[in-house]
Ligand binder design. Structure first.
Ligand SMILES: [Zn+2]
Length: 403
């Protein structure tokens, strides 16, 4: 009996709306899942998340394994109970953190890197990587970013840790490659990810309580992405995730989705890992992605970058956001995004929020986070409605986006 079930309610082109049923309630899709890395959506409490109607939260196995430890969280009832959140939860397997806190940190690259390596940097990349982590056939050794202690993740212990953390949706342990890696290395990493996915499936015993998603890898290489999609889809998991390097630009990212998605079965939910800019929400929803997670809306908020809708000057170029710290807002009595129904915009002016940021008051981050998440959840509700009405392209036109 699978803990996670999906049914599609509407189809429009490649886009679809649906419901993912989890042990902690349904998720209406397509949905943006906010990140609660260390069992908190930074600056918010669970009452805020309920008021914002957050569909679920995504915590991180790597961070919670290092602190406070999966044994403690298991003892206290699992990650949802531990944080006082009674809605659906996801945990990321830790693969991406092993990558991003090692290699990614050193090279300053993320999932969509704006770089053009003109040669295969595999040799140099793997030399640097060795200092912070190394990967072998069975798993990855890494050094804790907290205290320098040595640790090892394998497919088996990643699943064991995620079973102890107890989220509704868990992910297979994978090797996440960077856009700096050449094809040869990306192919080897993909083969490891496939072997590990099979081992994760074997290790996953909590099937009536948690749903496992396999992760497709293959970097920005068409043949690898298709091969990985076919392999991961053949595994008996209730959901599928698209992970790894999504190329060097948005164009690459959309191309990767266009290669991958036609291979995926209709009836399994599809999660796109680590993507969540406004334009991407349209692009991914239009292509038939059901859920995505990203630190952007909450991280941007803490930096004073707050979203505005097109009618208030939001464009793809300014990423639908303003920098509320700017001096020009010092006497501005309007809310961040006029017309927004969030707590922040209903009660506070741009001048006040700017003052809080300039004065380094903690409330600044909290009010900005409330606004940014409200903005994204409202947009996702509009996207779902538009898919149901077959008007997603009109909605995208209003946002001057060509998904
Ligand atoms: Zn607002």
């Amino acid at each position: 009996m699978s803990a996670v079930k999906f049914h599609i309610t509407t189809r429009s082109g490649n886009a679809r709306t649906g419901v993912i049923a989890t042990p902690h309630g349904p998720i209406k899709t397509p949905a943006f899942i906010p990140v609660s890395t260390k069992a908190t959506v930074k600056t918010l409490d669970v009452h805020d998340l309920q008021k914002l109607k957050a569909p679920a939260v995504l915590a991180n196995a790597y961070h919670l394994y290092l602190r406070p430890g999966p044994e403690l969280i298991a003892k206290l009832g699992g990650v949802g109970e531990f944080m006082g959140w009674n809605g659906p939860t996801f945990t990321d397997s830790g693969g991406f953190q092993v990558f991003s806190l090692g290699f990614g940190l050193e090279h300053g690259v993320g999932k969509v890197a704006n770089i053009f390596p003109d040669e295969d940097l595999q040799g140099r990349a793997s030399q640097t990587r060795k200092r912070l982590f190394n990967i072998d056939k069975d798993g990855a050794n890494f050094v804790s970013h907290l205290d320098g202690s040595k640790h090892r993740f394998t497919p088996e212990n990643s699943i064991e840790i995620q079973q102890m953390l107890g989220a509704d949706i868990i992910f297979a342990f994978d090797e996440c490659t960077s856009p700096l890696h050449g094809k040869k290395y990306t192919a080897e990493a993909m083969e490891r990810t496939h072997a590990w996915a099979k081992r994760c499936l074997q290790a996953w015993t909590n099937r009536d309580k948690q749903g496992l998603y396999g992760i497709i890898q293959g970097g920005a290489y068409k043949d690898l992405r298709i091969a990985s999609s076919e392999f991961i889809c053949a595994l008996d998991t209730p959901g599928i995730a698209i992970g790894g390097s999504l190329g060097k630009s948005k164009k690459d990212m959309y191309e990767i989705m266009d290669w991958t998605i036609p291979v995926l079965p209709e009836d399994k939910p599809r999660h796109l890992l680590g993507i969540g800019e406004v334009e991407d929400l349209f692009g991914a929803s239009a292509r038939g992605i059901d859920t995505f997670d990203c630190v952007s809306p909450t991280r941007n908020a803490r930096n004073g970058s707050v979203y505005i809708r097109p009618e208030n000057g939001g464009t793809a170029k300014n990423k639908y956001s303003i920098n509320i710290r700017a001096g020009k807002y010092s006497q501005n009595t309007e809310p961040i995004d006029p017309g927004c129904k969030c707590f922040t915009c209903q009660n506070h002016s741009r001048a006040y929020i700017r003052h809080l940021f300039v004065s380094e008051e903690l409330l600044a981050m909290r009010l900005a986070t409330i606004h940014n998440l409200h903005f994204i959840f409202t947009l996702m509700a509009e996207i779902r409605h538009a898919i149901q009405q077959e008007t997603l392209h009109n909605l995208a036109d209003n946002w001057q986006i060509n998904p």
